[in-house]
Design a protein around this ligand. Structure first.
Ligand code: SDX
Length: 429
């Protein structure tokens, strides 16, 4: 007899046994509900704080093998995509499921290029931010505000409307990010230049000064394009979960992207690249590395840029970024912190404390060194993560909207609070 794809569970409280089907390496949590200790019992729940062992969806977008250190977008290994494609090709792949033909890419690029402008009123409230406002805070609130300019975005069930909002969001994130950067510098906004590539135009809006036409440095344009490819999606990470959960209420994609960007802002997630630079700067010299490592082992500090919920091997993106760093340093300037970063990595890959916890460099460890070499202030690092990840969030949102198994996300809880009690009048409290 073939192996039965099921669990046989015996409830020792009642002696009853249950057959629970296994499909795709999982059981349905709802199949536990039938297991009751008596007529009054609600039925078993699966308890999983932070969803460490819970699949929230089926997905065909991104595949990660944490033990082998594999990352595929729609089946294509990240190493090949980084070497052989452009960010907009990858955006098309993630959103449409296949790599584009030359014609399809031309049409997709035209759509993105012709949605890069924002309403002039956007500048008015961006001007209202304090001069030293964190650009991620500006990005999150400005993306949410975009929902007020596009009331038609509420029709998330209409595929044509969805595509239009997707074009707008992919196209406008670099514009808003660049405007935020120029705001904190106290510089006038530089408008999009439709003759440039997606990344070239982003560099233009960031760095154009008095020249009539900004010309991006090709090596930097390519480096940022590859970094955008590497950051585009990563299956059900914290911010993708936020995008899906908030989006499941039927809200417009601008509000959902703002929620996802807020999740990414955290130092344990996309804010880690900024935290890595601050950590390296606080260490400052190789001689202070041993003391810092002692603090990490004592639980007084985290080795930012290391560790991952899924990767228990080297993050494949970190490998590519580390190799790229030397190419960028060749056209900019070597990072004074590069030596400390490499020494930290060497220790972490040899020291039992880190090896036993399978803490390897993740995508955020080396990316910050490149962003610093490109002249970005650390506050812009999570913004540089959010721009490409907007494509991933939208691909996840689009898949959720189209998934007949999905509905509004509403987890249960294990109540451990007071039993019923009566309110005591104020004079007797
Ligand atoms: C991203 O999910 C994604 O895919 C995210 C991402 C994406 O592309 O979307 O890959 C992007 O967010 C990368 C991660 C960036 N964050 C950081 O670099 C921050 C530092 N890393 C950690 O905070 C941590 O590793 C997490 C948050 C990334 C993962 O945390 P987990 O899975 O909850 O692991 P854990 O905290 O349970 O750690 C297991 C053990 C613990 O030690 P013990 O309690 O068992 O003694 O490892 C220790 C942790 O204390 N540990 C670390 C550590 N990370 C974990 N100790 C020191 N330094 C660290 N960085």
């Amino acid at each position: 007899m073939g192996t039965r794809e099921s669990l046989t569970v015996v409830d020792n409280r009642t002696g009853k046994s249950y057959e629970i089907p296994i499909a795709d390496g999982a059981i349905r949590a709802m199949d536990l509900r039938q297991i009751k200790s008596g007529a009054e019992d609600f039925g078993l729940l699966a308890y999983d704080p932070a969803f460490t062992n819970t699949a929230s969806t089926r997905s065909t977008i991104t595949f990660i093998d944490g033990d082998k250190g594999l990352l595929w977008y729609r089946g294509y290994p990240i190493e090949q995509l980084a070497e052989k494609t452009s960010f907009l090709e990858v955006a098309y792949l993630l959103l449409r499921g296949e790599l584009p033909t030359a014609r399809a890419l031309e049409e997709f690029t035209w759509e993105i290029t012709h949605h890069t402008w924002v309403h002039e009123n956007v500048k008015k409230f961006m001007d209202g931010f304090h001069h030293d406002a964190h650009p991620m805070g500006m990005l999150i609130s400005t993306v949410a505000a975009l929902s007020t300019f596009y009331p038609d975005a509420k029709a998330a069930q209409d595929a044509g409307q969805r595509d239009l909002q997707i074009y707008r969001l992919v196209a406008k994130m670099p514009t808003i990010a660049a405007f935020a950067y120029r705001h904190i510098l106290g510089q006038a906004y530089a408008y999009p230049d439709n003759d440039l590539s997606y990344v070239g135009n982003f560099l233009n809006m960031l760095f154009k000064t008095t020249e009539l036409k900004y010309k991006p440095e090709p090596a930097i344009e390519r480096a940022l394009d590859v970094l955008f490819i590497l950051h585009a999606d990563h299956e059900q990470n914290c911010s993708a979960n936020a995008m899906r959960s908030v989006g499941s209420s039927g809200v417009d994609p601008y509000s959902a992207v703002a929620a996802a960007a807020a999740a990414l802002y955290g130092p344990l997630h996309g804010g880690a690249n900024e935290a890595v630079l601050r950590m390296l700067r606080s260490i400052a010299t190789p001689s202070r590395i041993p003391e810092f490592i002692r603090q990490v082992k004592g639980g007084e500090a985290k080795l930012m840029g290391f560790g991952h919920r899924v990767y228990k091997n080297y993050d494949p993106r970190a490998k590519i970024i580390k190799k790229m760093a030397d190419e960028v340093f060749a056209v900019t300037r070597p990072s004074p912190l590069g030596g400390i970063a490499r020494e930290l990595e060497k220790i972490a890959l040899e020291d039992e404390y880190f090896v036993s916890r399978k803490l390897y460099p993740n995508v955020d460890f080396y990316s910050g060194l490149i962003y610093e070499a490109l002249g970005f202030p650390v506050e812009m690092f999570p913004v540089l993560f959010a721009i490409p990840r907007t494509v991933g969030w939208l691909a996840q949102w689009q898949e959720m909207v189209g998934d007949p198994e999905q509905k509004i996300a509403r987890p249960r809880q294990l109540y451990t609070g007071y039993a019923r009690r009566d309110v005591v009048p104020m004079d007797r409290r």
